[in-house]
Each structure stands twice: as C-alpha cells, then as structure tokens.
Design a binder for this molecule. Sequence first.
Ligand SMILES: [Zn+2]
Length: 386
Amino acid sequence: MLDTTTIRRIAHHDTGGLPVVSLYLAVPADPAEHNAVPTRINSLLDEVRPLVDDEELDRPARMSLRADLEWLSSLGRDGLRPGGLAVFACSGADLREVIELPVAVRDRIVVDSTPWLRPLFAIADDIHRYGVIVLDGSSAQLYEMVGDELTAASAVRHERLRAPRYGGWYGLDEHGVRNRAEGLRLRHYRAVADAADEMVRLDGVDHLIVGGMDQHVNAFVDQLPHALRERLAGTFTIDLHTATPARIADAAREVIARHEAELDRRLATEILDAVGGSDRAVAGLDEVLWAASVGAVDHLVVVENVTVPGVRCPGCGWLGTRGATCPVCGGETVEVPDVIDEAVAAVFDAGGLVDHLAPGDSPLDEHLVAARLRFPLPPVPETAAA
Ligand SMILES: [Zn+2]
C-alpha cells in the first residue's frame, strides 16, 4: 500500500552509489489487456538492457543491474492487481520493493543513482482516505477506503461501539420505553460520531461516507457535529445485516466517484475562474504546454482520454502542438503521439499534481487542459512554421 512512510523508506535506502531501477506500470482490469502486461514489462526492460554491458559502469553496478532486470522480468508472471505498480530494485544493495498503486500510472522505467519517486509523491498527495460508516439504530461497522481498497477500521473503535449500553430499564411505562429507546439510539449515534471523529484525527481520514437504511443515515447525519458534517462525501442505502464488505465497497466506490468528480469540477472551475484575472492560471493547450515546458505547473487538470499529437524537443524538453524547430533552443523536434501525456509526465517530473476529469459536463471540456501555476509565465515563444 502506498503511504509516505513507504516512500521515505525507499528514498532513504542506502544504495552505496549502485544504480537503482524504478519501474512504473499501469495494470489494466480488462483480462485481455492484462495478458499483455509481461510483454509491456519486457519492452520497458529492453529500454535499459544496454546498460548491463555498458563499459562506463563498474562491474558491481553491472552485476546489480543484471540481477535487477532478471528479477523484474519475472514480475508479470503472477497475477497483478488492477491499478498501477511502482517497483524499485537495486539488487546489490538489497532493495526490492513492489508497491501496488490505487490508480493507473504511465509505463516508465528509469535507471539512476537514486530511486525516481516523484510520481509516487504526486499520487500519494492526491489520494483521499475515506472513512466508511455503515450503521443502524444500535450497531455500526467502520471501514477505511483508500483508493480502491476497503479495510476494517481499528478494532479499538469497534470494541467501543460494541460495549453494551442496555440494562435496568424494565417495567417502565410505554412512553418512557419509547423515550429510552430514542435516548439509546442517540447515544449510539454519538458514540459512532466519536469513532468517526477519531478516524479523522488519528487515522488521517479526509472524508466520511455513511451507509445504512435511510432513517438511520438521516438521523445520524443530522446529529453530526458541523466539523464532521463538512467532511461528508455522501451516503448510500444498505441494510447493515445483509451487507457484505464487497457490497459496501461497491456502494462506497460509487459515492467516491461522484464526490471526486464534484471535487474535480470545483478545482477546474477555480482554476478557470483565475485565468485572466491572475497570472497564476492558464487554460488551453498552447499556454499549458508552455507552462509545462518551463516547469511552472503546480496543478494540472486535463480532460480524460483526450489525445492530441504534438512535438517535443529532446534537447530542452519544450512541448508544442507543432513546429519542426524548437523555438527555445533551436533544436530539431520529434513528433509525439500525445502531447498531453508528455505534459502530464513533465508535470509529475517537476513534482506537480495532475487531475484527470471525465469528459462531458465539465467546465474544462472546451479548453481540454488548464493549470494553476507556481510562477507567472514568460511570454509564449513564437513557433516556427512546421
Ligand atoms: Zn529545445
């Protein structure tokens, strides 16, 4: 599982100057596409294989690298979970780390004296932790959902919810019993709210999702303190007594998809609103590519699944939609099948964030891309005719 502790552990692994292989891989859910994973791993490895015989590397470095490639080529043989994969290897220094990612990443391999971690940091920053609460009037189950994964929340919180709160209320008149029952229910909701509050404060949960029969969900949400209600991402209807973790995860996933789409829409609107009135936001392909070329992008938003062919300068990294000559360094450009993907990679490399928005019903649709900037852009250079 991806967390900043894992990232830091890898970052601080002492490799004594030996080369580290960092490999990122998208793992498709579609079984047909899944079968192509070993082939894709191998073509990534082919990119760095020449280094094994590179005389400029010393013998320990080449030995370590050879062992890394051998190990990495076996990766795709066992089934991999859909999502993404980040792998770091430096056999000569006992580093072999496989991290399952909750989101797809761009296939890439890098050999360097340090692990290449920027994509991981970008992903870790962008993953929200959700607390999922499923309840009725007298019991509750708590889960955490990170990426696509649902896990039971801390046993301590569960234990507290299970503590008996009944007893001693026999022989009361009917009215009293109803009030007692009401009182018990409220106390139960408060105990659940306390547990939810702990998830936020102690487990780093960002948002809450509440599931159950409607009357319980509504009554519970109504009595939530303001600070927790603000974190409510959504609710779903489910019967606690027949709910399985798989069905809870499905329902939570739907809430999360809607919630994140809403957050994305808000982000895009915020960035687009700032365009024009500020020098810290741009929209549209030409300006955004220029911003990515100069490393100015702090947060990039792109419409999902849109590809635009373009050009890249191998010399200085300039990205554009056209032009045989780089307007920055005068070098010859190469054509790329998808210049937006190149921009995404450049932003990741520079430690920026990237969000993909579903097309349709988005304020971003007409611009395709927009970005919040770290610093004002220098003027966009004139592109020489292609
Ligand atoms: Zn250039």
